[in-house]
Design a protein around this ligand. Structure first.
Ligand code: CP3
Length: 368
């Protein structure tokens, strides 16, 4: 079975599907025919499919209740809790896909790296990874160490039925940026200097992250994810020159880890308007566009055959329904230049968002 039209790159061929277990939702639950996976494969289903980055999180009271008293990384490694939080936004909003509840630093935790997620700050390392000797001490992760992830994905897809689960990982630059800085930073000077001062150490770090992010993606796909997204949230701090010279081959490696399965892969960055073409060259089937660039202009840069994802400005969620509706109509209209359009925000749901606005937005998009 091939679900894409002949003139487009074939996704999910028989040969690829046969690499997935017979019980995989793409084979057994029909997620291959869902509006989300069809759009990601380059088709235009009956209604535009929609999901939201950070839909599983602090904007939901049921998330805050479920998480009470549990540290973020502990929650990610508790299969029952992670599955429950993954399914919550599908139950509440009727979005066309779930995004796996986890974090880009979970593979680091699994590898035994001293990392925590501090509320209001994000990931923080016990010490930064800048010197080759520290980076060389990072371990290879045995595949069975990802078992809690496989179990959480399995529990989530059992509940999701024909609604696809999107797996994800952090792109090498974004994750390595946290590791090189030891935490968050504004302009990512640490990793951007490191790639020039000590390219050998930078390459060792970025390729270690590419391998573990690739393993993280593969574990999710094998356990039941029907698509994946690679998040390069901080790529926008790079020049295209540095992205091409020091970053893109590492991102390509992470994306290649699941290529053989044929599941659609979304490649997303923020502030990445000038990097879109290079990001597409690095790999992926769909390019995620942040809120800064109109989708018709993104399609002009990428070519009409590339499915796009995006890009309702998260700032509009709290700007009043009329404003949000008008903006959404504009986003839908500008998405029509591309072969296919997956509706999303141009970055994550802000924690202060009124969840009823998201539910209403999903209904509005489905009626469009
Ligand atoms: O709904 C979803 O998208 C589900 C899962 C998800 C989380 N993090 C859960 C989470 C995903 C896909 C991520 C990815 C992630 N994590 C990215 C890339 C996406 C992006 O937003 O650009 C990045 C950069 C991180 C690192 C990270 N983790 C940050 C910056 C933070 C916020 C820290 C804060 O308190 O401001 C986190 C924590 C985090 N990850 C939360 C959630 C639900 C909040 C945890 C809480 O409830 O306190």
């Amino acid at each position: 079975m091939t679900i894409s039209t002949p003139q487009r790159r074939a996704l999910l061929t028989d040969a690829q599907l046969s690499r997935l277990a017979p019980s995989h939702p793409l084979r057994a639950a029909g997620t291959a025919h869902s509006p989300m996976i069809r759009a990601m494969a380059g088709d235009r289903p009956e209604h535009p499919p929609v999901w939201f980055m950070r839909q599983a999180g602090r904007s939901l009271p049921e998330y805050r209740a479920a998480r009470e008293g549990t540290n973020m990384l502990e929650a990610c490694l508790d299969p029952e809790l992670a599955a429950e939080i993954t399914v919550q936004p599908v139950r509440r909003h009727g979005v066309d896909a779930a995004i796996f509840f986890s974090d880009i630093v979970v593979p680091l935790k699994i590898a035994g790296v001293d990392v925590d997620i501090v509320p209001g700050r994000g990931p923080v390392m016990g010490s930064p990874y800048r010197e080759l000797r520290d980076i060389e001490s990072l371990p290879e992760i045995p595949d069975e160490a990802f078992d809690p992830i496989r179990e959480a994905v399995g529990r989530a897809v059992d509940q999701l039925g024909s609604t696809p689960l999107i797996g994800f990982a952090g792109a090498p630059f974004t994750v390595a940026a946290y590791m090189a800085e030891g935490g968050s930073s504004r302009d990512h000077l640490g990793p951007r200097t490191m790639m020039h001062r000590d390219p050998e150490a930078w390459n060792a770090l970025a390729s270690w992250v590419a391998r573990v992010s690739g393993q993280f993606l593969a574990a999710q796909v094998e356990a039941g994810a029907s698509a994946v997204q690679l998040f390069d949230s901080w790529a926008g701090s790079l020049s295209e020159r540095d992205y091409r010279a020091h970053v893109m081959h590492h991102s390509a490696l992470a994306l290649e880890a699941v290529e053989a399965y044929g599941v659609p892969r979304v490649h997303f960055g923020t502030g990445s308007s000038e990097l879109l073409v290079a990001m597409k060259e690095a790999g992926g089937d769909v390019v995620g566009i942040d809120y800064r660039l109109d989708l018709d202009e993104a399609t002009r840069r990428l070519g009409p055959e590339t499915p796009v994802q995006g890009n309702i400005d998260p700032a509009m969620l709290d700007a009043g329904w009329e404003v949000l509706q008008k903006h959404t109509v504009d986003v839908l209209s500008k998405g029509r230049d591309a072969a296919a359009h997956i509706v999303n925000l141009g970055h994550g749901v802000p924690p202060s968002t009124d969840p009823t606005v998201l539910t209403r937005l999903v209904e509005f998009i489905h009626e469009s």
